[in-house]
Design a protein around this ligand. Structure first.
Ligand code: ADE
Length: 245
């Protein structure tokens, strides 16, 4: 996968892209990052990239020319169809489902803005997707793009050792992940649930699914509306609801 990142602050990305799994992904040539300072594309003699909003008002707006030309030049260098992703609190809420969809692509271009906003023609004629990482406002799109890149790249086949390690993730199953334990069995008087030491894989799977349901019910009941449940699981959930009353 090729990932181009258009930003006025490329050094913000150095630590994040060059540690841990993202670093390894680059070393294994599974992903290639390309940081582009779109100020370099400005035809203005002072390399300006923003201007006052028509109609007045506070703040500055990113002008179309540097971004149109930067994206145009990246698309010319590649034969694949790229997704051009604009980071904005006005965008579609980013989810694990969207991460899975983007992990299938060959070429992603991230647009990170600062200031008050983007000229609307960028949205209309350059961008394919507008994404928000949550209902709060950041100083710019850089942190949002790092969050999205991190969650997409870990899904590229070959990056995580064990496919199961993401198939069981919270949200991938539609539920939050079950609790996990490791050694020691007894830590300062707090013991690991015995079923996990039973060696009975069917029982362990049942326990995990139930705990996953319990955790989702307690913390994120909104997720339960979209999950397919067996009759047994439905009964278990009803018990949880009764207990709460
Ligand atoms: N830029 C500023 N705030 C943002 C958010 N919540 N998500 C994505 N991009 C942003």
């Amino acid at each position: 996968m090729k990932i181009d990142i258009l930003t006025l602050f490329p050094t913000m990305f150095e630590g994040v892209l060059n540690e841990s799994i993202l670093k390894r992904a680059q070393e294994q040539s599974l992903v290639q990052f390309n940081l582009v300072n779109f100020r370099d594309f400005s035809l203005n003699k002072h390399q300006k990239v923003d201007d006052y909003p028509y109609g007045g008002g506070a703040g500055m707006v990113l002008t179309p020319q540097p971004i149109f030309d930067a994206v145009g030049s990246l698309l010319k260098q590649s034969d694949e169809n790229a997704r051009v992703l604009l980071m904005t609190p006005q965008g579609e809420r980013f989810t694990q489902k969207k991460a899975e969809e983007l992990a299938e692509e060959k070429h992603l271009i991230f647009l990170c803005g600062h200031y008050e906003g983007f000229d609307e023609r960028i949205r209309e004629h350059v961008v394919t997707d507008e994404l928000s990482i949550g209902d709060y406002v950041l100083t710019g799109g850089e942190l949002a793009s790092m969050v999205i890149i991190d969650s997409v790249v870990r899904l590229i086949p070959g990056i995580l050792g064990n496919k199961q390690s993401y198939e069981q993730d919270s949200f991938s199953t539609g539920l939050l992940e079950h609790p996990q334990y490791t050694r020691p069995y007894d830590f300062r008087g707090h013991q690991v649930p015995d079923v996990l030491l039973s060696g009975n894989h069917k029982k362990i799977e049942e326990w995990r699914r139930k705990e996953s349901l319990r955790r989702t019910f307690e913390r994120r009941p909104d997720l339960l509306t979209d999950v397919h449940l067996t009759e047994n699981e439905r009964q278990f959930l009803n018990q949880l609801i009764q207990k709460k009353r």
